[in-house]
Design a protein around this ligand. Sequence first.
Ligand code: ZN
Length: 284
Amino acid sequence: MKILTLLLIAFQCLVAPFAFGDDEEKKIAEAMPGKPTVKPKKSHKILVYSKPSGFRHGSIPTGIKGLRIMAEKTKAFEATFTLETTEFTKKGLAKYDMIIFNNCTHVQKAFTEQAQRDAILGFIKSGKAFAGFHSASDGGMPQWQEYTDMIGGCFAGHPWGAGGKWPFFVEDPKHPVNKAFKDKEFTFSDEIYQYKGYDRSKLRILIGLDSVKSGKKGNSKTNDYPVSWVRSYGKGKIFYSNFGHNKATWWTPYMLQHFLDGIQWALGDLDGPSESVPQSKNTK
Ligand SMILES: [Zn+2]
């Protein structure tokens, strides 16, 4: 009997992780929207790059799972995942509609050749889409200034640490990419950046951090701490969110809805403006 029990336990240990997926996957799948926000106008192919060239976030695999499950469950897009830079050429990118940078720190070290940099930025300018999560903005300037200009700002420290619960406000309540947020103000736990190379007049800020309420000061004279935004870039569209340092962000239902809506907006399926709007709170 004893041997039989041991064999049974061994069998369960071997089979269970494959049969039921891991814990994170279950939580993400439960939190994920069940369908696309709008029906895709055509099928979309996205290339997701997740290799950090600086700090390695523990949430990178969680983000990969999140975007994979988003693709599978909502069918808003098909996703290809890579840790290699080889596809990032004019020819390699031609089969894709969107690039996503998932927490890949210091991209200026990954893409050092001018031809690759031109291929990435040219891809977006030609009318394609780009989304960046969390440390996708931790890189660029001064070595690759054009990347910072594209994404909209460069990491300049995080006065709001990952363990804190911070106050946020919806800057643009009518924007479709903000539909997930039921209240104009909310608190959430994640690591939040201040920026250099940031120019509000080029971006449409969707979510802001309420620094006054947070009790912490950052580098902005007008307390302007953008968290999620959209913008036009040439003929292309960009969605960026600073959320995504903490693994739990990737199984928070309204965050996943916000991410899906940002991706569908950048892909051109979800309509909404990209023109800049003035700062709405804490301007002094
Ligand atoms: Zn981080």
